[in-house]
Write a protein that binds this ligand. Structure first.
Ligand SMILES: Cc1cc2nc3c(=O)[nH]c(=O)nc-3n(C[C@H](O)[C@H](O)[C@H](O)COP(=O)(O)OP(=O)(O)OC[C@H]3O[C@@H](n4cnc5c(N)ncnc54)[C@H](O)[C@@H]3O)c2cc1C
Length: 418
């Protein structure tokens, strides 16, 4: 199918957020164009090793992906459910553990490689008659006639969509070119991510220790057909920028040794590490997600510290809520660019995202503080929470994404949510 140069909806960015929005609007009476210069890679193009970028997906995200028909492809490729979480303070005695059975669930979430999720969603999108994908980038946004936008693409062509969605990630060109204001926290920190093999099996447990430089997470991975899978973890190691260079320059053996020491050998020796990648850590939140004819979703609207493990989980909810509001508008025969549609989207998503980002910022500061009374408070606080099932239940509900104004796609029912 070839769309005209005037699609109803232009989605800029075929990452997980953009593709979720497109998949949620598949087969609706709308013409949708998705553009991205980077075509999501198919499994036969993937390198042998695990994608160093993984996400801990909540129940709410799993529900969305199941309802969009993408979950089976993900589950058949590679997923690792985790039933336990163990979080502790590397600088004290505070410790808190979560178990899925305390929440009446089989698991707390899944660790999934980003490329597995992206590919499953891309397959759904390619199968939809009302959606076209073009491997092109957005170059420039110009004012069009009658108040709309004229979009210049990387092949020199122009398109004039009724509504444009910026799903183009943390360095969003849509956001920057249209002058969306943002609140930004740069931490002067980066995260090293890679896949490691440990001496002991992970026991389907996601672990995180808070160190002086920031959190170090070991997220369980599973290779479907391989015993060794139980000893594979994806790590996210937060480091100050002045420590980063040295850690990247270490030999593999020295890196493994320093990593297992920082992790208190909770999984025994680290016997192997794949190539290391570094991502600078920035928290960024657009003051508004919408302008006439434009909305931002996913990392284009907000990037959040990975300590939360929530970035794309929020992005999935943005996409599901926006799709719901667009469908509501279609049902009421409202024009797609009616500003009330976008306002409803912003009203439903911004407070939730903001609340989560502020909570994470609070955690980050609390655990980053080396002030003795704060250190005592966080140790006492963790141990206190660990003993109180009601409070733990609330933390788990939040970690599983099962709270707040959930769109239909994310509602419980498809997995044992509680
Ligand atoms: C170390 C680390 C660990 C993380 N762990 C977790 C976790 O456990 N759980 C979790 O939920 N989140 C996690 N996150 C966050 C998560 O990875 C992001 O929130 C998520 O990838 C954002 O998805 P997105 O689709 O919004 O943006 P992106 O994945 O950035 O996709 C944007 C897309 O837009 C395209 N694009 C860019 N510019 C243009 C243009 N001009 N024209 C057209 N297309 C364009 C890009 O090619 C890309 O495909 C983590 C992040 C980091 C850095």
């Amino acid at each position: 199918m070839t769309l005209s140069s005037q699609p109803d909806l232009l989605i800029v960015g075929a990452g997980m957020a953009g593709l979720t929005l497109a998949a949620a609007l598949a087969d609706q009476p709308l013409s949708i164009l998705v553009i991205d210069p980077n075509v999501p890679a198919a499994p036969q193009q993937w390198p042998d090793h695990f994608d160093p970028r993984v996400s801990a997906l909540t129940h709410a995200s799993e529900n969305i992906l199941r309802r969009l028909g993408a979950w089976d492809a993900i589950a058949n490729t590679r997923v690792a459910p985790f039933a336990h979480m163990d979080v502790w303070d590397g600088d004290g005695t505070g410790n808190i553990q979560f178990h899925a059975n305390e929440a009446g669930a089989e698991h707390l979430g899944h660790i999934v490689e980003n490329r597995v999720t992206t590919h499953a969603l891309f397959q759904r999108v390619q199968g939809a008659a009302n959606i076209e994908f073009r491997a092109l980038g957005l170059e420039k946004i110009l004012e069009g006639e009658m108040g709309g936008w004229r979009i210049q693409l990387s092949d020199g062509s122009d398109i004039t969509p009724t509504l444009m969605i910026g799903a183009d990630g943390g360095r969003s060109r849509v956001r920057d070119q249209l002058g969306f204001r943002c609140r930004t926290w740069a931490y002067g920190q980066s995260a090293i991510v890679t896949t490691v093999t440990t001496e002991k099996p992970h026991g389907d447990t996601a672990r995180q220790v808070f160190l002086e430089s920031g959190p170090l997470a070991f997220l369980p991975l599973r290779e479907q057909s391989n015993q060794r899978g139980a000893c594979l973890s994806s790590i996210v190691w937060t480091l100050n920028d002045d420590q980063l260079k040295a850690k990247l320059a270490l030999t593999d053996a020295d890196f493994c040794q320093q990593l297992e020491r920082a992790f208190e050998q909770r999984l025994g020796k680290v016997v192997h590490a794949d190539p290391r990648f570094a991502f600078p850590l920035v928290q960024n939140h657009a003051v508004d997600y919408i302008q006439p004819g434009v909305a931002l979703i996913g990392d284009a609207a907000h990037t959040i510290h990975p300590l939360a493990g929530q970035g794309i989980n929020l992005g999935f909810l943005d996409a599901a809520v926006l799709a719901e509001e667009i469908q509501r508008a279609l049902g009421h025969e409202l024009p797609l660019d009616d500003f009330s549609v976008l306002r409803r989207y912003q009203r439903r998503r911004k407070p939730h995202n903001l609340m989560l980002m502020s909570t994470m910022e609070g955690f980050k500061r609390l655990f980053g503080a080396d002030i003795p009374p704060l250190r005592v408070a966080r140790n006492v606080g963790m141990s206190f929470f660990n003993r109180h099932s009601l409070i733990k239940g609330q933390i788990m509900a939040r970690a599983m994404g099962m709270e707040g104004d959930l769109p239909q796609l994310a509602q419980p029912g498809l997995v044992a949510d509680f």
